[in-house]
Design a protein around this ligand. Structure first.
Ligand code: BGC
Length: 707
């Protein structure tokens, strides 16, 4: 008999439920309440898993309680939200999505996993796979942006990075399953209610990709979907994830989510809640205490069976075994070599530079020629702590490079004067005059404005996703000098900033760049690195446009300026301020000669799509090429553009090259009239270019044919 079966055979019910319980240690606070002393619970076997614990010594001490002082000596599984780095921070996920670089996505996850493993962590609650089209939702910062194809690509890259090929890294957790990003009105924890088609087309692909990549664990969302809380959603957790996708790993509830089934109104007491969750397929109860106290009663009432409990315990023990915890309960924990830490900072700097999106650069105001004096204005110019963004894991408050520090290091001969003008969301304008005075005689004016790190992330929805506080007044005063202004915008979402975009000569969306923020920004500002980020999300012009996204459908009365009775606003354009994919570099790229390797495509076939690219600019740069399709006539309506691929080409000034992307027949499947996979013969438009702007794309047509 295997070790796991022997253990299950020897366990009391209490010990089994302990293996299905995950309790928060106090080293990070990620929920509305924390547990008390956990020592007794570990020793009795009532707590088999922890979250929010790290540090090699602390982990070793705690792990000893489980291994040496419990009856069966089963090691603890220790999880932490290592979302965009552990001690070294990479850009927040939405920012890193803008890099459109799967190798980078994998590399930062691998680096974070190594650093977290050295700190005794076995499991990260990442990647967050929630596609979202509503910038009011604070958690948009944790995800891939608006597009399901990007979501799937990131999910696969991150799982590979965190876990390695055989869980030699740390276990990953695809969360929050599913459609959390569709919360009503962008309000955190609100319910979701979307069509089965939208669920399939938009919200499930990233999870399917995570499962295909071998993700070890999955976390259901706090939210309900069309009347069924995800924590109790048997159809999606068991029938779809385990049945259809073949997921064999562990499903971990979100923080206290099982107890919240009472608030949802589907369970009358904790025993019912626990039974619903177990029946639905949840193995581990995070912080609700529902399995420990509710399942014994649910068993007595016959709501669940012991065999169901055993199946969940088995999955948890298999994960512990796969992670090697039985052999080495503190696997990988210890002090890292200084060189390793230094290498991670190099990666963090490159990642931050690749993630920033140059939204505007009039008259080539960037890069800066060596200025004598820079006026650096705004509350985010000297704000090292804010650079961390949300979910900063174990990163120290003081570990990030601020913009002013980065610029001073990059430009030692330049005088850099800083004034914050206003605070991020305060009501005091008395500092504006001094800030404006500082602009007098400066060779360059750089405005650093945006959100605070805690204005996005969990429980951070905003009904007015504009520049907070009185920052717009500061910006207006600086613009009134009539000088060209370079604006660096920090945010965890696409902010609604039409005035800022119009009046800034250059606008760089830096998101929250992480540990190396200031150095990476200096690399871009000085031209050491050409910007290459592309926005993974549309930037609305107005809150009333939300959701605005490129994958919309045509409708029966698409906008036509000459016809009143068409789809439009009376007071805003339909288009976003910045479209998905938009982003400038210091090069100037020209695309021509779009061609396909074949005129027809079968479901099992593939076609190569090529385009010639020239860099007619004066600087070396990298361009991103997006491959979209549009199925013009099908039995169900198709989006106007669907992303099917992306790639990059780097060219020296004056150089030419060819970009090649592959389109497979299976990429053109969609959920058919009955929502089953559908491949419909007929013409499909291939649209290629640098952003989801139909007016700028090169197009060709391919004919889909039956096998
Ligand atoms: C969040 C999860 C997170 C968990 C553990 C919850 O509040 O929704 O994303 O992984 O806490 O910290």
């Amino acid at each position: 008999m295997s070790r796991i079966e022997q253990l299950i055979g020897a366990m009391t019910l209490g010990e089994k439920l302990g293996q299905l319980t995950m309790t928060a240690a106090p080293y990070a606070v990620t929920g509305p309440f924390v547990a008390g002393d956990i020592t007794a619970g570990i020793k009795s076997g009532a707590i088999g898993n922890l979250l929010n614990l790290y540090g090699p010594d602390t982990v070793a001490k705690t792990q000893r309680l489980a291994v040496e002082e419990t009856r069966l000596g089963i090691p603890l599984l220790i999880g932490l939200d290592v979302i965009h780095g552990h001690r070294t921070l990479f850009p927040v996920p939405l920012g890193e999505a803008a890099a459109f670089d799967p190798a980078l996505w994998t590399a930062t996850a691998r680096a974070a996993a190594r650093e977290a493993a050295a700190d005794g962590v076995h499991l990260t609650f990442a990647p967050m796979c929630d596609v979202c089209r509503d910038p009011r939702w604070g958690r948009i910062v944790e995800g891939p942006g608006e597009d399901p194809f990007v979501g799937a690509a990131i999910a696969a890259a991150k799982v590979a990075g965190f876990q390695g090929s055989n869980l030699e890294g740390i276990a990953a957790c695809a969360k929050h399953f599913a459609a959390y990003g569709a919360v009503t009105a962008g309000r955190e924890y609100a319910s979701t209610d979307i069509s089965a088609r939208t669920l399939q087309e938009v919200h499930l692909p990233a999870f399917a990709a995570a499962v295909a990549a071998g993700v070890a664990t999955i976390m259901p969302a706090f939210t309900e979907l069309g009347g069924v809380p995800m924590t109790a959603h048997k159809e999606l957790l068991t029938d779809y994830l385990r049945g259809e996708l073949g997921f064999e790993g562990v499903i971990i509830s979100d923080y206290n989510a099982i107890a919240e089934l009472l608030h949802h109104g589907v369970a009358a007491d904790l025993a019912e809640a626990a039974a619903l969750a177990l029946q639905a397929g949840i193995d581990i109860d995070m912080m609700a205490g529902a399995y420990g106290s509710g399942l014994p009663i649910a068993l007595e009432r016959g709501l669940v069976s012991l065999a169901q409990v055993d199946a969940a315990v088995r999955r948890v023990l298999i994960l512990k075994e796969r992670l090697g915890l039985f052999k080495d309960p503190c696997r990988g924990a210890g002090v890292e070599a200084a060189e390793m830490v230094a290498q991670r900072r190099v990666l963090a700097r490159a990642a931050a530079a690749k993630s920033a999106v140059l939204l505007k650069n009039d008259d080539g105001v960037l890069p800066l020629a060596k200025p004598h004096r820079i006026a650096l204005i705004g509350p985010l110019g000297d704000a090292a702590e804010e650079m961390r963004g949300c979910w900063a894991a174990a990163a120290p408050m003081t570990g990030c490079v601020s913009v002013v520090e980065g610029l001073r290091a990059a430009l030692p001969d330049t005088k850099i004067d800083h004034a914050q003008g206003v605070t991020i969301d305060g009501g005091d304008t008395s500092g504006i005059a001094k800030a404006v005075t500082l602009c007098d005689g400066a060779d360059a004016i750089i405005l650093c404005v945006g959100e605070a790190a805690n204005m996005s992330g969990e429980a951070a929805s905003r009904a007015h996703p504009h520049l907070p506080g009185l920052q717009q007044a500061l910006c207006d005063a600086v613009f009134a000098t009539g000088r060209p202004v370079i604006t660096i915008l920090f945010s965890g979402r696409p902010l609604i900033v039409p005035a800022l975009a119009e009046k800034s000569a250059a606008l760089l969306a830096a998101w929250f760049p992480g540990s190396e923020a200031g150095n990476a920004i200096a690399d871009l500002i000085t031209g050491k690195v050409s910007p290459s980020g592309r926005t993974p999300i549309s930037w609305p012009r107005a809150t009333g446009q939300i959701p605005v996204f490129f994958g919309e459908r045509n409708g029966g009365r698409p906008f036509n300026a000459a016809d009143h009775y068409t789809s439009k606003y009376l007071d805003s354009e339909n288009t976003p301020l910045f479209v998905f994919g938009h982003g400038l570099s210091y090069g100037r790229f020209v695309f021509s000669n779009l061609r396909l390797s074949a005129a027809t495509l079968t479901e099992k076939g593939a076609v190569t799509v090529q385009v010639d690219v020239a860099n007619d600019g004066a600087r070396a740069a990298e361009e991103t090429i997006f491959l979209f399709t549009h199925d013009k006539v099908a039995q169900v309506t198709r989006p106007l553009l669907e992303l099917k691929g992306f790639g990059k080409i780097a060219l020296e000034p004056g150089a030419r090259g060819t970009a090649s992307l592959t389109l497979r027949g299976t990429d053109l499947r969609f959920p058919g009239p009955r929502l089953t996979p559908w491949f419909e013969p007929g013409e499909v438009e291939i649209c290629l270019g640098t952003a989801a702007d139909r007016t700028q794309l090169l197009t060709a047509t391919i004919t889909l044919v039956a096998q």
